[in-house]
Design a protein. Structure first.
Length: 621
């Protein structure tokens, strides 16, 4: 007789096999000493513990440093910049262009620093994985060489079968005014708590059997309301909290990706991308994932604990010039004979504010290379676990009748159910559109200003030096990156991003921008994926069932009739229509998508409010 398991042993086994939302609470986060603990989760702007406790906050950065980063971003957009910057004449020409830009506040010292840092970056460029260039703190990373041109062209061709469908079958994203065409979208046929079927612990699907196993397993239970909140009572103020950061209803489904070898290998189906019909596209997505991994390693490196940012421009003391407050009393307005002392003091204070000018900080004369964070090694660290990645393919289609894309809202990706830690966007095709970009903004904190020496109640330096107002949101606009054709862009889920508007270059012709988006699930936690949930699509299951019926009827054994495949289409529809609740029809899936989008819209609003809720408040001394 086998010995009975103790309660602690049973709990340990459940934790080893369970997933958040199935066998484990939805808001489960592994902790040290627990079976599923691997490392601390990366910070996320969706987690109010990180929002409230500074986990996502980046150092207070001067506007002039942001300007320098934007200048260097523009220079590294130039062809062969890493070669040309070493040519003295070209470097001087670029410096002159930098100083000649009247739209930017640039000093000689700033321009010199930019040129010297670019030279430094150029010497390291050949070592940079896949041509990755760190653009902004966080880190935002870009590369125009990570994905070979042959892969880009292959992706265009492989996506055509998804695009070239009758107009009535085109899946225009709801609310996009038929400008955004969804080819593969995680909001269609997501995990639906209380309806989706999941395999029992220890069982997984493959690319070969994910459709035939449709309907296997048990229904994923709907989580408790209490599990939609962060697990621990953290004590943070309510302003920083995002109520219900976990969804009680839906989760996007990632696919599993094996990274043991040099080339990434997708081992379970991409939700809404057929594993047989679109097999060629799977191989191309794998190549883009392979290209994105080294860039993600750069992006995630600064998110490890104890990473230190080194400013390019330091600001430690507020100095005014002119400084009438410390000038002769005879300067400025004088007190009238019958004027009240308080009124005069107030009038003179207003004069001080009008006349005094903050001396803006400048770059140091001698360039000092900022320390480069060591990139993570995702393959080395997570080879045994693999990665979980959510895949999206979408086109923005503009026409002479609809010539403008208005841009997006500030947001971060997903809900906490998905635990997205970073994004990769591959802009694989653009045609007849104006230059477009993706903007970023960061959360910072007044704690980064504690060592700045300033006069009590003097706050006028905040907006001119840092772009922040006293008692207003501790958020800084970082800058943007052009989303040009062939570019691969990665960034962490601690920054908000916003798609900027663009329009047709030639308003008489149609134009487009095509994107492959990859959302990386935090590799320090496992979520329910397509390994656990067999395909849910009625159309896939129906087609596979008919093919199997036809194969069986022509397999050499004569049987009466031809199974379902021999029935008239009307009767087939009747048979499949009698299948209740599961698999899910496309019509039902589109209704579910609307519910999911409505839920996420409200979360995005709440999160946007929480992101700007932390005020920048200088303590008076």
């Amino acid at each position: 007789m086998a010995p009975k398991k103790t309660r602690s042993a049973t709990k340990k086994a459940q934790m080893e096999a369970g997933l958040p939302g199935f066998g484990l609470p939805l808001n489960y986060v592994p902790k040290k000493g627990q079976p599923q603990y691997f490392a601390q989760l990366f910070p996320s702007a969706l987690c109010y513990q990180d929002l409230g406790a500074g986990g996502i906050q980046l150092p207070l950065t001067t506007l002039r440093e942001f300007t320098m980063l934007q200048i260097m971003n523009a220079v590294t957009d130039k062809p062969d910049w890493h070669v040309k910057i070493q040519d003295k004449k070209i470097a001087q020409k670029w410096k002159a262009e930098i100083l000649g830009n009247k739209d930017k506040d640039v000093t000689e010292a700033m321009a010199n620093w930019c040129i010297e840092e670019l030279k430094h970056k150029a010497t390291l460029f050949h070592k940079s994985p896949n041509g990755g260039i760190r653009v902004y703190n966080g880190d935002v990373v870009k590369s125009d060489t990570a994905v070979p041109e042959s892969v880009r062209l292959a992706l265009i061709e492989a996506a055509k079968p998804l695009e070239d469908v009758p107009d009535r079958l085109k899946d225009w994203h709801p609310g996009s005014d038929e400008k955004v065409l969804d080819l593969v979208h995680p909001s269609l046929f997501p995990l639906v708590y209380g309806r989706s079927k999941i395999l029992e612990a220890g069982q997984t699907t493959t690319l070969e059997d994910c459709i035939s196993r449709c309907g296997e397993g048990e229904v994923v239970p709907q989580p408790k309301e209490s599990e939609t909140q962060i697990a621990e009572n953290d004590g943070y103020d309510n302003e920083s909290k995002v109520n219900n950061p976990y969804s009680q209803n839906f989760q996007w489904l990632p696919c599993q990706v094996d990274i043991k070898e040099a080339n990434a290998k997708i081992t379970t189906y991409i939700n809404n991308l057929h594993p047989v019909k679109d097999q060629q596209l799977y191989g191309i997505v794998e190549q883009v994932i392979t290209a994105a991994i080294p860039l993600w390693e750069l992006t995630l490196a600064p998110l490890v604990p104890d990473f230190t940012h080194t400013p390019r421009i330091e600001f430690t003391q507020v100095v005014y010039d002119p400084d009438p407050e410390n000038g002769p009393e005879t300067d400025g307005p004088q007190q009238g004979e019958d004027e009240d002392e308080d009124e005069y003091a107030e009038r003179r204070e207003e004069w001080y504010k009008t006349i005094r000018k903050v001396v803006l900080p400048d770059a140091a004369e001698n360039f000092q290379a900022p320390p480069e964070s060591e990139p993570l090694n995702l393959r080395e660290k997570y080879a045994s676990k693999g990665l979980q990645i959510i895949v999206k393919l979408a086109n923005i289609e503009l026409t002479p009748e609809k010539p403008k894309y208005e841009g997006g809202t500030w947001h971060v990706e997903g809900q906490l159910n998905e635990h997205i830690c970073a994004t990769a966007l591959y802009y694989y095709s653009t045609s007849n559109i104006t230059a477009s970009s993706l903007a970023f903004r960061q959360q910072t904190s007044d704690e980064f200003a504690v060592d700045i020496d300033y006069e009590q109640d003097h706050h006028d330096w905040l907006p001119v030096v840092f772009g922040i107002e006293q008692e207003e949101a501790a958020v800084q606009d970082v800058g943007s990156v052009e989303t040009r054709q062939g570019r691969l862009l990665t960034f962490p889920n601690i920054l908000q991003h916003q798609v900027q508007p663009f329009e047709l270059a030639d308003p008489k012709k149609s134009g487009h921008r095509k994107i492959l988006a990859l959302f990386l699930v935090d590799p320090n936690i496992r979520v329910i994926s397509t390994a656990n949930v067999p395909a849910q699509r009625m159309d896939w299951w129906r087609e596979a069932t008919l093919i199997n019926q036809q194969a069986a009827s022509s397999g050499g054994v004569k049987k009466k009739g031809k199974g379902l495949g021999g029935l008239p289409v009307e009767l087939q529809d009747h048979v499949f229509g009698d299948v209740e609740d599961f698999p899910i029809t496309l019509e039902d899936a589109k209704e579910i998508r609307l519910e999911l989008m409505e839920e996420r819209k409200h979360l995005m609003i709440r999160h946007g409010e929480a992101f700007v809720a932390s005020e920048f408040s200088l303590c008076e001394h």
